[in-house]
Design a binder for this molecule. Structure first.
Ligand code: TRP
Length: 359
């Protein structure tokens, strides 16, 4: 039998880190992390968690609840533990297969922090000082934030590179941290004369609908720290709460936008249309034309029905899992054991490369 023809899309790229995955019919290895701080909302779901399930057929996936990142700002220990379980429950509820993929929490795999220390010594003060997330979180109180908040991106680089992950799904706000991860990989490979040791990790960016704005102000990001609960749809909201929040969502007095260009000038309408398109898995233009010139009340009724249909089952499954913490903990423990088996040999190689003696 002749060899199967290889289309150009499937052709080997020459990246030595991809070859073993391509040989298994996969596109690479993904790592992503979510912080266990505050309630998950529609923005987290559409921007990150929903995509996690969609990637699992094409990539080997590690999904990490980054509890060590969470403590860069003060946390209530009991709440941190329950929110760690809640994020893991959300991964499972969104359809990630915890048996096939790896779901775990960061602190159960010590190699992350161990590699992060090496990266603290690779990354430069100047690089870290330019991180916009640090500048925003530190604000004017720079003298008083934790050293961990400053080093945060080096730990994130370690999360990714301790598995030599080839791809990371990222939202707009994490692009700079991924750039830094690439800079750290390049500098490590150079400094230790270890060409290609760490991969230059690629970002995976999702569609436009990943930016979900507040329901009370279409110019502000939907956020767990917004004091108004009406500004966001939480993953655990029931149908009544979802309906009420959409009914009260801010709009303008005009009928629905006639075109995408019209929508773009009206942030509240634009946001709701984007949410509809994302939930329905349709193009925004298509949704704009379906509702063009109609009343908001009619659109909001359709949006409510769609949101309840799509989010209801996820929220209900999360609630069910949260009542069974033993099961969630078992998933995390099993995931962490498999993660350690991948991470430990890579840490050994790093230690040898750096010149640390073996115990
Ligand atoms: N910094 C990310 C955020 O705040 C969370 C995170 C930590 C992460 N480690 C990661 C994301 C590794 C992707 C890959 O959203």
């Amino acid at each position: 039998m002749p060899d199967a023809t290889v289309s150009s899309a499937d052709a080997p790229t020459g990246n030595p880190h991809l070859a073993p995955y391509n040989a298994r019919g996969l596109k690479g290895r993904i790592l992503s992390g979510v912080q266990p701080t505050g309630n998950l909302h529609l923005g987290n779901y559409l921007g990150a968690i929903r995509n996690f399930a969609r990637l699992q057929d094409d990539y080997e996936c590690l999904y990490c609840v980054v509890d060590q990142h969470a403590i860069t700002v003060p946390q209530d220990p009991a709440l941190l533990a329950s929110q760690t379980r809640e994020i893991a429950a959300a991964f499972l509820a969104a359809g990630v297969d915890g048996g096939k993929q790896i779901i775990f929490n960061q602190s159960m795999v010590p190699a992350h922090a161990q590699l992060a220390w090496v990266f603290n010594c690779v990354a430069r003060m100047g690089w870290m000082s330019r991180m916009t997330q640090f500048k925003e979180k530190a604000g004017k109180d720079r003298e008083n934030v934790s050293l961990g908040l400053f080093a945060y991106p080096a730990l994130m680089a370690a999360d990714i590179l301790i598995y030599k992950a080839t791809h990371v799904p990222v939202g707009e706000d994490q692009k700079q941290h991924l750039e830094l991860t690439r800079d750290i990989a390049i500098k490590f490979n150079n400094d230790f004369n270890a060409p290609d040791f760490f991969p230059i990790t690629e970002p995976l960016i999702f569609g436009a609908a990943t930016r979900v704005m507040s329901l009370r102000d279409g110019t502000k990001k939907m956020s767990k720290s917004d004091p108004s609960d009406q500004s966001r749809i939480n993953l655990t909201d029931d149908a009544d709460a979802i309906a009420l929040k959409i009914r009260r969502a801010k709009t303008d007095p005009l009928p629905m936008p006639e075109s995408e260009a019209d929508a773009e000038k009206r942030p509240d309408a634009d946001n709701l249309l984007g949410i509809f398109a994302a939930l329905a898995d349709r193009e925004k233009t298509d949704v704009v034309s379906e509702f063009a010139g109609k009343q908001f009340s009619e659109f909001k009724a359709a949006l409510t029905e769609l949101a309840v249909a799509r989010l209801g089952p996820v929220g209900a499954e999360m609630q069910r899992l949260m009542k069974d913490p033993g099961h969630v903990d078992a998933v995390l423990r099993d995931g962490a054991a498999r993660a350690r088996a991948l991470a430990d040999p890579i840490l050994d190689e790093v230690y040898r490369t750096v010149g640390f003696l073996k115990p």
